[in-house]
Design a binder for this molecule. Structure first.
Ligand code: NAD
Ligand code: UD2
Length: 312
């Protein structure tokens, strides 16, 4: 049996996927440029090979496929920050779009059996209508979202055009251990939990809510995202298809904070600031298609938060 390639495997979601693949007994190669990923996110394991490299460098990618025989590719490497894509669209495009093209091309040339792509709920933009279904209209409003949408289409078309067994997952708001809280545009859960832990350590910090706190998101615990990725990989019904990856439930920021307070006992002072420009008020996934292939989330937001606090 060939190996599994995880691009972006040293990152937040990728490292959890790698852990589960190793638990399944598989041979895993991580390919990551360590721009946001970290070596310490990854376990020591004789079945794990970690390589530093950039998916946006074609020769390097071809080299990678020359050196290993891959059965399956999970393509998670990306500049995951929308803000960075807005600041530097050309450079992020090389990673977020060109990288996908190089990998797809190699998968065809080197007869890889399965290709799974990490897309994003960002493709829906701010169009009204919830919960979002996969065939709803899209409105990718940032370089990040455009690259994700274009990549996703190339990935899915590769099944119909060339017979490569591809699938894509549109992740909603993922949270869990190892999510980096240090950018203002980091996931809100990681920011809030970081502030609470610092507050409990006696630091003078506060939590900022942009807007009235009534905005909602479909927060999904990272282990459930991994569950979805592995389920999709093993499902023939998933070839050539895209799947919303959320829980199907909306949680407001005010409720999120309540849940955190219930777990932590107390939270720092909360400050309200004007809503962020372009912020979406509500977001929620219709996950019927993922359910049809056997998915159900294992963790509620509260359960995920509890586990996150236990890890910290
Ligand atoms: P992350 O930043 O922790 O992981 C991305 C990984 O890709 C990092 O390890 C980084 O070093 C690596 N990388 C970046 N550019 C690279 C390049 N040119 N070559 C090789 N490696 C490169 O972010 P994450 O949250 O784990 O995101 C994983 C994937 O899921 C990304 O594709 C992201 O766009 C997507 N996604 C995440 C969320 C979320 O809520 N976290 C939501 C939607 C989609
Ligand atoms: C998510 C993605 C983003 C993009 C977008 C597309 C993450 C981390 N971000 O943004 O990359 O794909 O979806 O729709 O996955 N907030 C606060 N206080 C804070 C931080 C955030 O109130 O300190 C608010 C923020 O204004 C927003 C909500 O919390 O209303 C969620 O913010 P987020 O950045 O975690 O996620 P989102 O959905 O805006």
């Amino acid at each position: 049996m060939g190996k599994v390639l995880v691009t972006g495997g040293a990152g937040f979601i990728g490292s959890h996927l790698v852990e589960s693949l190793l638990e399944e007994g598989r041979e895993v190669v991580v390919f990551d440029d360590f721009s946001t990923g970290k070596m310490e996110n990854l376990p020591e394991n004789s079945r794990l090979t970690v390589l530093k490299g950039n998916v946006g460098e074609k020769e390097r990618v071809v080299n990678l496929f020359d050196s290993f025989k891959f059965d399956t590719v999970f393509h998670l490497a990306a500049v995951a920050s929308v803000a960075k894509s807005v600041e530097n669209p050309e450079e992020t495009h090389r990673t977020n779009f060109d990288g996908t093209m190089y990998l797809l091309d190699c998968c065809l040339k080197f007869f890889v059996s399965r290709f799974i792509f990490a897309s994003s709920a960002a493709v829906y933009g701010d169009l009204p209508g919830l919960p979002k279904k996969e065939d709803d209209p899209v409105k990718p409003q940032t370089p990040y979202a455009v690259d994700k949408y274009a990549s996703e289409r190339y990935v899915l078309n590769a099944f119909n055009l060339y017979g490569l067994k591809t699938s894509a997952l549109r992740f909603f708001n993922v949270f869990g251990p190892r999510q980096d809280p240090f950018s203002p545009y980091s996931g809100v859960v990681s920011i809030f939990v970081d502030r609470v832990l610092r507050f409990l350590n006696g630091e003078n910090v506060e939590i900022t809510i942009f807007g009235d706190g009534k905005q909602t998101r479909d927060f999904i615990y990272v282990k459930d995202v991994v569950k979805a990725l592995l389920l999709v990989e093993k499902s023939e019904a998933a070839y050539g298809k895209v799947f919303n990856t959320g829980t199907g439930k909306e949680t407001s920021l005010l409720d999120l904070l309540k849940y955190i307070e219930n777990i932590a006992g107390k939270i720092p002072p909360v400050k309200f600031a004007p809503a962020r420009k372009g912020d979406i008020k509500h977001s929620c996934a219709d996950i019927s298609n993922l359910k049809k292939i056997g998915f159900s989330p294992s963790f509620t937001v509260q359960e995920g938060l509890k586990l996150l606090f236990e890890c910290e």
